[in-house]
Design a protein around this ligand. Structure first.
Ligand code: RB5
Length: 156
């Protein structure tokens, strides 16, 4: 699989570790930076770059890393078609795929240790979307991307 990966300075070391791990597993890695831990950069730039690369089909999935995974994930989710999920372990890594059909996985280098991060990413890349009732919810989110409003049925 072709995977776009990006981080800010806080996520640089974990990004490098995950890029090497995923390359060893046979994936093609498109590293969008940043390229150093000692130069402060702004995480939205990297989250957006990964997300646009996935949304435009230049990579099938994306990996984003910042201090918590939160900021870079918020930025990635601004791009229509992107479902970026912050994960912490193999359980959340797998559920982000099976329930949410996430196409970008986000990790926090200051919140998740390297071994847990590798487990989370392995689960993310080895789990299929379950479909079924989850597809309806993904379609609702896609509707929001398309500018369509939606009101929960129980409130109408
Ligand atoms: C950078 O200090 C930090 O704010 C960033 O990596 C991230 O945790 C933001 O969500």
């Amino acid at each position: 699989m072709r995977i776009a990966i990006g981080s800010d300075h806080a996520g640089y070391a974990l990004k490098s570790l995950l890029a090497d791990h995923l390359a060893s597993a046979g994936h093609e890695i498109l590293d969008l930076g940043t390229d150093a831990a000692d130069v402060s950069v702004d995480y939205p730039l990297y989250g957006h770059a990964v997300a646009v690369t996935v949304a435009e089909g230049r990579a099938e999935r994306g990996v984003c890393v910042c201090g918590t995974g939160i900021g870079i994930g918020i930025a990635a989710n601004k791009v229509p078609g992107i479902r970026a999920a912050v994960v912490h372990d193999s359980t959340t890594g797998a559920l982000a795929r099976s329930h949410n059909d996430a196409n970008v996985v986000c990790l926090g280098a200051r919140t998740t240790g390297p071994a847990e991060a590798v487990d989370a990413v392995d689960a993310f890349f080895s789990t299929e979307f379950a479909g079924g009732r989850h597809q309806r919810r993904i379609d609702q989110i896609a509707g929001y991307d398309a500018g369509l409003g939606a009101v929960p049925a129980s409130r109408t």
